[in-house]
Write a protein of this length. Structure first.
Lengths: 315, 315
C-alpha cells in the first residue's frame, strides 16, 4: 500500500536517551537503532516523513563541555550548541535509519536539515525565562557561573539551582520550502531537532539568534503545518494520554475531538511540565488544518497505525 | 543574466577563521558575513550553488572540549564532532547568507545538509594515519591522552606532538540526491562541511562511521561531480596558484589545461601539505566531466567571474 500520506513523527527523549541510562554515544546509537523499528513501519506503509527529536541531554552535555573548556576554547552560544546537536544527532538517526532501510532492501533517501525557526522578538518568555537547561548546581557554584557566563538562574526548592532560558513560541520554519520539497519527493527528512534554532527578526529585517530553547513538540507541530502534513505522531513514553493521571479515577483517552481536548486542557488535566506542550502542539496542528494527531509510545506506534488504537485527536 | 549554471564553491579556512585571529563566535560570524559578499556575486549572476567549508579550528575546539570534560560528559567520536560542526558552522553561514539576501532584496532559500561521504574500507590511509588534528602537546601530555582516548600520535620534530587520524579518499556523497534536487531548484545548499562525515560500508552492507577526516577540497570535488556542477570554485588565501612558489623564478598560472596541470603536479610543484589537495581536487573534477575549476581568493572571486582572470583549469 502506498498512500503517500505525509506525516511528522516527533521522537521523545526516550527514543535516543532513556532516563536512567548512561548517555554514551554507543548507548545512544543502540537506542536509536531500536527506535528505527517503529519508524520503518511508517516507511513500509508508504508514508512521506519528516522526523523530529529532542536534544535535552545532548545540549546539556554540549553546554557542560563549553563551560569546562571555557578558558581554552571559544564559548559557544546556545544557538550554536542547538545547531551542533541537530548535526550530530541528525547524523546518528540518519545513519541508523539508512541501515534499517538497507536491511529491509528499501531504496529511500534520508537527510538531515539544520532548522531555524522564527519566534516573536517580543515573546513574553524572553522577559520571563523559565525553561531549565543544563546541569544542577549548588547556590555558590551557580552564582560563580552565572557571573562568568551571564546566565539567568532559578532555584528548584529543595533540589538545587539550574540555568533558565526563554522558551518562545515557534511561528514559522525558515527552511520549510526545502524540507517540503524533499518530503514531497519521498526523501525522509530529519528536521527541527531539539526544537530547532530560535531566531527572531530584528527591526532592520535581518535574522538574529539568541539564547533560548523552543519546545520540541510545538516546533514539530509548526513543521507539520508548514510542510502540509496530514498526520502528526507524537511518540513518547506512555501508550496514550489520560485524564486524572495517576489518580484512582484515571481514564485513558482513545479517540477525541479537538473541542473536547481543549476543554480537558482548560480543566488543567495536562500540566505544563509534562503532557501540556504535547496537547498544545496537537491542538495547534489540528487548528491549522491537520487531520490527525496520534499520541502513543514507540512500542505501540505500529498497532496504532494499524488499528487506530491509543490516543487519536481529530478535528 | 540568469545562466542557471551550477557551481560548487569551496570556502577556505580564512573565509571564517583567518589565521592569527581569536576564534570566537563573534569573530567567526563577522568573517562569515564578509565572505558572503563574494558569494552574493555568484547569486546575482544566477548561479545555482552548493557551498562547502573547512572546519579545522572548529573541530579542534570540539575535540578539546570533549577531552577537557571527558570525566563528566560522554566522549564524542570524531564523526559526531564533524557532524556537530557541520550543524553549527552551517547555521552560521546559512544565516549570514540569508541576511545578505534580505539586504539585497533577493528571494533565494539557503539550507544546510549534514553530509556523509563513503570512503573505501581498505583506504591505505587507515593503516597509515597522517592527518594532524586538534591541539599541540608535549610528549608526556600526549602519551597520557593517547592512552586514555586511544589516539594515534605523531611528533612534528622540533615543534611538539599531535594526534593523527586517517584521511581517506572520498568516493561518493551519500546524500547526493537530496542536495542535487535542492540545488536544481535554485536553493543554495551548504554541504560537505569540514570534508563531510567519513563512512565506510561494512561486509554486511551497512554504513559505519570511524575516526577520520576527509580533505575538504577533495570532498568538494566529489560533491561537484555528484550533483552535476559545471564549475568548481576553490576560494583560498592566494589570488592564483604558482609554480616555483616563493622562489625567484615563481610564475603565476592563469588558464591551464588539465594535461599541463597534471604534468606540473607530477613535477612536484604542489606539495601535499599546501596546494596539493586543491590541485588533485581540480583534476578529479575535470576528469569526471567538470568544465571549469577556478582557484582564486575570496577577494578576487568576482573579478575572476567577470574577466576569467586568475587560475582557471579547463579540460
Amino acid at each position: 500500500m502506498n498512500t503517500n500520506k505525509t506525516a511528522v513523527i516527533a521522537l521523545g527523549g526516550n527514543a535516543i536517551s532513556p532516563k536512567g541510562e548512561l548517555d554514551t554515544i554507543a548507548n545512544q546509537f543502540r537506542n536509536t537503532r531500536k527506535s528505527c523499528v517503529a519508524i520503518m513501519n511508517f516507511i513500509k506503509q508508504g508514508y512521506h516523513l519528516a522526523i523530529t527529536h529532542g536534544n535535552g541531554p545532548q545540549v546539556g552535555n554540549a553546554l557542560l563541555r563549553v563551560e569546562m573548556a571555557s578558558d581554552k576554547a571559544p564559548r559557544l552560544p546556545l544557538g550554536i550548541c542547538d545547531a551542533d546537536t541537530e548535526g550530530g544527532m541528525g547524523y546518528m538517526i540518519e545513519q541508523s535509519l539508512q541501515n534499517s532501510l538497507i536491511q529491509a532492501q528499501m531504496d529511500r533517501d534520508v537527510v538531515t536539515i539544520i532548522t531555524q525557526i522564527i519566534v516573536d522578538a517580543d515573546d513574553p518568555s524572553i522577559q520571563h525565562p523559565s525553561k531549565y537547561i543544563g546541569g544542577w548546581y549548588t547556590k555558590d557554584e551557580i552564582a560563580r557561573l552565572a557571573k562568568k557566563f551571564g546566565w539567568q538562574i532559578k532555584e528548584i526548592p529543595g533540589k538545587g539551582w539550574r540555568r533558565v532560558v526563554p522558551s518562545p513560541f515557534p511561528r514559522k520554519i525558515i527552511n520549510r520550502k526545502a524540507i517540503k520539497h524533499l518530503v514531497d519527493l519521498g526523501i525522509i527528512v530529519i528536521a527541527a531537532g531539539g526544537g530547532g534554532i530560535p531566531v527572531y527578526i530584528m527591526e532592520n529585517g535581518l535574522y538574529e539568534g539568541f539564547d533560548a530553547v523552543i519546545d520540541k513538540d510545538l516546533a514539530s507541530s509548526v513543521l507539520a503545518r508548514d510542510i502540509g502534513a496530514q498526520e502528526f505522531f507524537i511518540l513518547t513514553d506512555v501508550d496514550q494520554i489520560a485524564i486524572n493521571f495517576g489518580k484512582a479515577n484515571q481514564e485513558f483517552i482513545d479517540t477525541i475531538r479537538l473541542d473536547d481536548l481543549k476543554a480537558l486542557l482548560g480543566e488543567g488535566h495536562f500540566p505544563a511540565g509534562s503532557m501540556g506542550p504535547k496537547i498544545q502542539a496537537a491542538i495547534n496542528f489540528i487548528e491549522n488544518g491537520g487531520k490527525t494527531v496520534i499520541i502513543t509510545s514507540l512500542e505501540t506506534a505500529q498497532e496504532s497505525l494499524e488499528s487506530g488504537k491509543y490516543t487519536r485527536i481529530t478535528p
